[in-house]
Design a protein around this ligand. Structure first.
Ligand SMILES: Nc1ncnc2c1ncn2[C@@H]1O[C@H](COP(=O)(O)OP(=O)(O)OP(=O)(O)O)[C@@H](O)[C@H]1O
Ligand SMILES: Nc1ncnc2c1ncn2[C@@H]1O[C@H](COP(=O)(O)OP(=O)(O)OP(=O)(O)O)[C@@H](O)[C@H]1O
Ligand SMILES: [Mg+2]
Ligand SMILES: [Mg+2]
Lengths: 199, 165, 199, 165
């Protein structure tokens, strides 16, 4: 019998790999669950004075070090993200570009969403680092998932407006007072953001 | 369940009552820099119980009260009400709608109301948890915050999934 | 006789106010130098047991608190930035929008640049949070100042390309190898980014 | 003084030698996400003596060495050379050009060369200071870093001006 966390994580794991294939065509990615490792507690032992092997090092040491080398107190339990864009070798997430990092973060958020949707999502300028092609890939996902949750997307970019069912235009008037007008947008049968194949 | 409407008064750049109605599907909020878009995001976060002023860009929580402008006096109180449409949701045993309202005045006195009845923050948090809107509001990604998911520690991401689960 | 810092700061101060007028039409802003305040060191004194006035509170206490209420160890010496966009009341910088914060930061960088230019500036996606009108205001400054320093602007936005004297197009090829091709752009006499009035 | 050229080899996404010539005025570097634009920014920072791997998005400094890709082996060493055109500058008493070259290999062994002669980091820093390129490279604003100036403490901004002065 699996915990609710494990069920959710398993579903998120499958979703994540699929979403990375959509957002990084030709690329691949996965989520990995790092198991908690026993804490390495230095234990005074009767070791030879010139021995320099750490006294309390179980086999899992390497993984605990990898999990969080900066924090020896970390028990290493956590979710690791691995992504390899097309044609590149797998490497540290931190080396990814600004746009690539945004895509990875969005893939993670959506993979959890698909496993356990919240009723609504508010995304404020999440596409700021994305180029036009990646904005389109992101918006395709928003359109695709909009039957399962409500999405409120805040943006200053025109391209993102095309994904809306309803548009809210905000302006700042005198006195520093914001004013909002809304308009429902007709969505055509042929939606440039929605691929004709069943998504 | 979805966000049905939000009513903002005295909060940030909305000194007078402003009602916004939302529909299911995709809503896009657009406008030039500084016009008030993220203030709407902050209003939702705040009404749903945000405890840290810095999350809504203030240094004290009273910073969210409309502070005046050309020809306008500051307001003495901020109020935001969020109405969730709960039809078809497990949380909707009694109500088709769930209304959460929060207020705060210049002296730092505030209140929460659930469906018009005064309540505590804990009651709001419990109601949201039933609606699968977790304590950390992981379903709201604030401006400039998207990359933090990638830079965060593995343990923090686990918490995100545990909360959703 | 003033220190080099004071001379630089005075010049930066004048520049900042002017730049804010350009970037926030109708708005105003200034830099303020906070003087170092004597540290408040609690001194044991023979005070009446029911006195609750702090024992070591010189007149400057308020300013030290304002300078950095979170860090009692801070001596309060620093540069404070105040900006009030058109029609709004002056308030905390933190409450400004993403785009407004970017403009304030750029005004600060340029105000120091004008006082003491470095030979070159590399600006990587600094306009990501700016709407089109603000991108234009920013690019006007880059063009205007390009006779005093070399600017290398990294961007994924087309609008910014129009400000270039030389364009460098980067692409990622197989094996994860970046390739660069460059092209000099003719700049016409009538430059849409350069106002005809002497700037 | 201005940046005259940069030569990148084995650094990040530039496994084979890549030379870029710059002119005075405004240069704009464009391209899609992940193509290598910010890697060029990192190369300049790194050649001019950056000491913190996180500033160039690594966790160890060896992370900047080209790590391989489809059909490509990793390289064993990274090298970046920055040439400054010093004509008309106070720093140009002897040379019309100042060349700064940095190398690093997989074992963590590195070197600095100034105009072809091996030197220490301190010599590079001193040369840059004469050219008004301060220790903190405040003239380079990295991706996502522009707002930090506004969020920084007053004391940090003062340091920025002091360094420029
Ligand atoms: N308490 C307050 N009283 C009055 N105005 C406020 C208050 N708090 C914030 N504001 C104003 O709201 C504006 C910021 O609005 P907001 O962050 O919503 O802009 P935005 O539309 O998201 O812009 P951007 O596209 O740049 O992110 C600021 O100019 C700020 O002065
Ligand atoms: N040591 C390395 N070896 C090989 N490739 C690397 C190395 N370090 C980084 N890269 C690759 O460089 C790419 C990032 O490049 P860069 O940050 O320059 O992109 P960018 O053009 O600035 O994109 P964006 O517009 O998204 O900011 C990543 O895909 C990363 O995998
Ligand atoms: Mg905003
Ligand atoms: Mg980049």
């Amino acid at each position: 019998i699996r915990t609710l966390f494990e069920q959710t994580f398993d579903a998120a794991q499958d979703n994540f790999s699929e979403l990375i294939e959509h957002l990084f065509p030709g690329g691949r990615g996965r989520l990995r669950l790092l198991e908690p490792t026993p804490k390495l507690v230095p234990v005074p032992m009767a070791t030879a004075p010139d021995s320099d092997a750490p006294a309390a090092a179980p086999a899992a040491a390497t993984e605990a070090d990898e999990a969080d080398p900066d924090e020896p107190g970390d028990d290493g339990a956590g979710i690791e993200i691995e992504v390899t864009p097309a044609g590149k070798a797998s490497r540290r997430l931190s080396l990814l570009s600004g746009g690539e990092k945004s895509l990875v973060a969005l893939a993670f958020v959506f993979s959890v969403f698909l496993a356990r949707p919240s009723p609504f999502y508010i995304l404020d300028e999440v596409e700021a680092a994305l180029d036009d092609a990646n904005i389109d890939r992101f918006l395709q996902l928003v359109r695709r998932f909009s039957d399962r949750a409500q999405f409120v997307v805040v943006t200053h970019q025109k391209r993102t407006m095309d994904a809306a069912d309803v548009l809210y235009g905000v302006t700042m008037g005198s006195g520093g007072i914001s004013k909002v007008i809304s308009r429902r947008l007709p969505r055509s049968e042929q939606d440039p953001l929605e691929p004709t194949a069943a998504a | 369940m979805h966000l049905k409407s939000i009513s903002i008064k005295g909060f940030k750049s909305f000194p007078d009552r402003m009602n916004l109605v939302f529909s299911p599907g995709v809503s896009v909020i657009v406008g030039p820099n500084g016009c008030g878009k993220s203030n709407i995001t902050d209003a939702v976060l705040w009404a749903l119980g945000e405890q840290s002023p810095t999350t809504v860009r203030g240094s004290t929580m009273q910073d969210v009260i409309y502070n005046g402008g050309a020809g306008q006096k500051p307001r003495r109180e901020a109020e935001v009400e969020v109405v969730l449409d709960a039809t078809g949701s497990a949380a909707a045993e009694q109500f088709a709608e769930i209304s959460i309202r929060r207020t705060l005045d210049r002296d730092g006195h505030g209140s929460y109301h659930l469906n018009g009845a005064r309540c505590r923050l804990a009651d709001v948090i419990e109601t949201l948890a039933d609606a699968n809107l977790g304590g950390d509001m992981h379903s709201v990604i604030g401006q400039g915050k998207v990359e933090s998911i990638v830079l965060s520690k593995p343990r923090e991401r686990r918490l995100l999934v545990e909360e959703a689960a």
